[in-house]
Write a protein that binds this ligand. Structure first.
Ligand code: PLP
Length: 424
């Protein structure tokens, strides 16, 4: 960022500091990943200068011949990746994708069903002060307390009672696979659209390590920056019959000019997601999450009232259950931060503590798998986390754990060609 340093030293210094943070700590926020430099190159390109309202071949601006090629590549690649009939790659984010999809399918005041935020749903699935909660009549469904699995009997009963126009299946903090066929059956029972928000697990789907919702859903939305490992952004996949409605809901319904530099980066990431190395990475992501869940379910951790929501995981994250522990979510997050591991506290279902403190930690493995971690490294990370969360953490133990974190970080240099690494 030499030129940037000359123009704006303050921003440049903060970017370098952030690079050093990413290089020297272990990133375990479940929704984060490390975009390849090829993706960042596309995103940092001259495409940022181009207006291209409309769609490939049907633009409202001249000079779109090259961005047309790029946007069509992104569309074709993601359709092939997930077997979708139609794709809109313009949503600026996952929230925008969901807003546009709902705008296409619903009228204000319509009833929607989504997983309760407190049970792992997303803000855009009907949270009270989100657009989804303000525009639509929201009927939330839940997980069962006995096994923390989405209660499909409740979903069916609520659907029959409230006749929603849309059922949203998807989550931000859940560790089991949803039963898409059962959601489809219930949606058909009441004539509802089924929308699956696969933002979190799209990378696993692309790798064939998680059921694909596309054959079951009318619309599938996703972010491109979580397990999928691309630039920050959103995508809407749909049946061909809904494509026109969805395209016009994105533009001009919700957005103006598409971010063609981000769309180029999306195209690059979709190409990468179709590769064998991507599959291997997603397998290591899953292996790492299982290793972490097993470690945190062990007796020496259980002694401190610490457990794992749902007793394990089938995806890229673990939800640590601190409801019976003296340590709360805030303290757990702070403690891991102290030793160089970044996670986020997260409410768990039936959480007795307030959301800002919470009784859970959401710990994900995608970013470390991207960094190159395999079973041996994930076993070491799991052990470090277990040691950090058990009982009190003395200054001395914290220093030792911090050193072990640093050894792992140094073993897998991140962005070695970007400035900052030498000092890391
Ligand atoms: N959908 C789900 C399930 C998510 O977890 C998230 C992000 O956390 C989003 C949508 C929103 O994505 P964005 O932050 O890009 O708006």
């Amino acid at each position: 960022t030499a030129a940037l340093a000359d123009v704006d030293n303050e921003v440049d210094e903060a970017i370098t500091a952030e690079l050093l943070r990413q290089q020297s700590t272990l990133e375990m926020i479940a929704s984060e990943n490390f975009a390849p430099t090829a993706v960042m190159t596309a995103q940092g390109s001259v495409l940022t200068n181009k207006y291209a309202e409309g769609y490939p071949g049907k633009r409202y601006y001249g000079g779109c011949e090259h961005v047309d090629v790029i946007e069509q590549l992104a569309i074709d690649r993601i359709k092939a990746l997930f077997g979708a009939e139609a794709a809109n790659v313009q949503p600026h984010s996952g929230a925008q994708a969901n807003a546009a999809a709902m705008f296409a399918l619903l009228d204000p005041g319509d009833t929607i069903m989504g997983l309760d935020l407190a049970h792992g749903g997303h803000l855009t699935h009907g949270m009270r002060i989100n657009f989804s909660g303000k525009l639509y009549n929201v009927v939330p469904y839940h997980v069962r307390e006995s096994d923390m699995v989405v209660d499909m009997a409740e979903v069916e009963a609520l659907a029959l009672e409230h006749k929603p126009k849309l059922i949203v299946a998807g989550w931000s903090a859940y560790t089991r696979q949803l039963d898409f066929a059962e959601f489809r059956r219930i949606a058909d029972l009441v004539g509802a659209y089924l929308m699956v928000d696969m933002a979190h697990f799209a990378g696993l789907v692309a790798a064939g390590l998680h059921p694909n919702p596309v054959p079951y859903a009318d619309v599938v939305t996703t972010t491109t920056h979580k397990t999928l490992g691309g630039p920050r952004g959103g995508v809407i996949l749909s049946r061909e019959s809904l494509a026109r409605k969805i395209n016009s809901a994105v533009f001009p319904g919700q957005q103006g000019g598409p971010l063609e530099h981000v769309i180029a980066a999306k195209a690059v990431s979709f190409k990468i997601a179709a590769s064998e190395t991507f599959k291997d990475r997603q397998q290591r992501t899953l292996d790492g999450a299982r290793i972490l869940a097993d470690r945190l379910l062990a007796a020496d951790v259980g002694e401190y009232g610490i457990s794992v929501v749902g007793g394990g995981t089938d995806v890229h994250l673990v939800l640590v259950d601190l409801r019976n522990s003296e340590l709360d979510g805030q303290q757990g997050e702070d403690r891991l931060h102290r030793i160089g591991i970044t996670v986020n506290r997260n409410a768990v279902p039936f959480d007795p503590r307030p959301p800002m403190i919470s009784s859970g930690l959401r710990i994900g493995t995608p970013a470390l798998a991207t960094r190159g971690f395999g079973k041996a490294e994930f076993t070491e990370v799991a052990d470090i986390i277990a040691e950090a969360l058990k009982g009190e953490l003395s200054e001395e133990s914290a220093t030792l754990l911090r050193d072990r974190v640093r050894v792992l970080a140094d073993k897998f240099p991140l962005y070695p060609n970007l400035s900052g690494n030498a000092a890391a």
